[in-house]
Design a protein around this ligand. Structure first.
Ligand code: C2E
Ligand code: MG
Ligand code: MG
Length: 431
């Protein structure tokens, strides 16, 4: 046995071994008899965190052995690293085996009892063509596997050629991010928030834009990719720093700024020092905490709740406002309202779109009104996002929504355009 081809933890093939044995199949022109699979175990990180690495390793070994037992001698199975595995299965066996591959139960002897781990996985699958090399196969199962890994809806994803283009595009964005930060390719745009009573500027949101050589890239394109890479944290601090620098300059110029909110990805909640890190930036620019608000998206899972709550409390102690962004699109909205010391909820723009097929007339109004009343009883502010028409603004006014943000008043403005608003154009005459 060539030990260079064996994964030392599980004793099955490693990547080199998989490529080597797969290449042998390709040389015999047998590759199209197989389907390629990429498997990723869900949440394995938590097993390591909760039970320690020794028990995690044992669970991993048992998982690999359980799967190996399901396979025929000419099928290939390898550990690619961490909790990622690759397989070449005979084509006609995929349907019968897939469910067993996706959920594997193992038992691990802990100190004083045996624990059962149900390891479920996501899979990327690829129907191998006769002309494919092992590189083609590996690239395609990986692309489908990574998509399955990040998909909230699908546990299994079959590779399609269009995914390759998407993958290359996403990889290019991820790979060029750090140099883009170093080259100052990111700029901050400011979208005004408007108080509905007096139609005056009452705050704004900082939104990142990426000016690449010949195009501007919008956050909807790069934020999900950077979130997956974890590099969104670099961007969020970059934006906060740019905002603090601008506020400092405006104050030095004698221009009174408004409170500016910046978006912080939920990924930051893993950072125990998040609050301190944010306060340090404010301190460096000598910015009063009343000028800054931190927006967090609502889609934080339950496991993040405690860190979210702690973060919000620390921010409040120091006078930094926090808000829940896109409220109403995620989970546990009401629990968030009940248990979090948050200052503002930002109603998602989807609340403004009346479903044309609805039988419930005025349903949107009733929901918006109820949320506004409840938030106010709980001492929270409400702002409605995505206001595009006079009708929407008037409706919100009658529902006593205090503030809005949306294209009707202003889209995201460049630094200079926003500075002009701050200096001379704080009143709107739209409704
Ligand atoms: P968001 O925080 O909910 O920001 C509001 C988004 O809605 C912005 O899109 C804004 O341009 C858009 N918008 C504002 N008014 C209207 C309107 O009247 N109609 C419609 N249809 N859209 C409106 P943008 O700038 O493309 O940002 C999209 C999302 O990307 C943001 O949603 C935010 O979640 C995220 N994002 C932006 N910058 C950053 C950042 O620096 N860090 C992080 N973590 N996320 C960011
Ligand atoms: Mg936001
Ligand atoms: Mg939003």
């Amino acid at each position: 046995m060539n030990f260079c081809y064996i994964d030392s933890l599980t004793g099955i093939l490693n990547t080199a071994g998989f490529m080597n044995q797969g290449t042998a199949l390709c040389e015999e022109n047998r590759q199209a008899d197989y389907t390629g699979l990429f498997l990723n175990i869900k949440g394995f990180r938590y097993i390591n965190q909760r039970f320690g690495f020794t028990n995690g390793d044992e669970a991993m070994r048992k998982y690999a052995h359980r799967i190996q037992k399901l396979l025929l001698p000419d099928e290939l199975f390898a550990r690619l690293g961490c909790d990622n595995y690759a397989l070449l299965l005979q084509k006609n066996r995929v349907d019968a085996l897939l469910d067993s591959l996706l959920s594997v139960r193992v038992h691990v002897q802990l100190e004083d009892f045996v624990n059962t781990f149900d390891l479920s996985s996501r899979a990327g699958l690829y129907e191998i063509r006769p002309e494919d090399t092992m590189n083609d196969i590996m690239n395609r199962i990986t692309v489908a596997g990574l998509l399955a890994k990040s998909s909230p809806h699908h546990n299994t994803i079959w590779f399609r050629e269009a995914m390759m283009e998407r993958y290359i595009h996403d990889k290019e964005i991820a790979d060029s991010f750090i140099s883009a930060i170093e080259n100052n390719e990111f700029s901050v745009y400011y979208q005004p928030k408007v108080s509905l009573d007096e139609q005056t500027l009452c705050g704004c949101e900082a939104l990142a834009r990426w000016d690449r050589i010949s195009e501007v890239i919008f956050p909807s394109e790069f934020v999900p990719i950077l979130e997956q890479e974890g590099t969104i944290c670099v961007l969020d601090f970059y934006v906060l720093e740019a905002v603090c620098r601008d506020i400092r300059n405006w104050l030095d110029m004698g221009i009174e700024p408004v409170r500016i909110s910046t978006n912080f990805s939920k990924i930051h909640l893993h950072n125990k020092n998040l609050a301190i890190d944010i306060l340090r930036v404010l301190d460096r620019y000598q910015i009063d905490t009343k000028y800054i608000e931190i927006e967090l998206t609502e889609t934080c899972g339950y496991e993040d709740f405690e860190s979210l709550s702690e973060f919000v409390d620390t921010m409040k102690e120091h006078g930094v406002h926090t808000s829940i962004d896109d409220f109403g699109t995620g989970y546990s909205s009401l629990n968030l309202l009940k248990d979090l010391n948050i200052d503002t909820i930002k109603l998602d723009k989807s609340f403004l779109n009346q479903n044309p097929n609805t039988k419930k007339k005025h349903a949107n109004e009733i929901v918006i009104k109820t949320i506004i009343n409840m938030a106010q009883d709980l001492d929270m502010q409400v702002i409605c996002e995505g206001v595009e028409t006079v009708e929407q603004a008037k409706l919100l006014q009658t529902l006593h929504c205090p503030a809005v943000q949306g294209f009707l008043f202003d889209g995201p403005l460049s630094h200079d355009e926003f500075e002009k608003r701050l200096k001379t154009e704080r009143v709107y005459h739209k409704i």
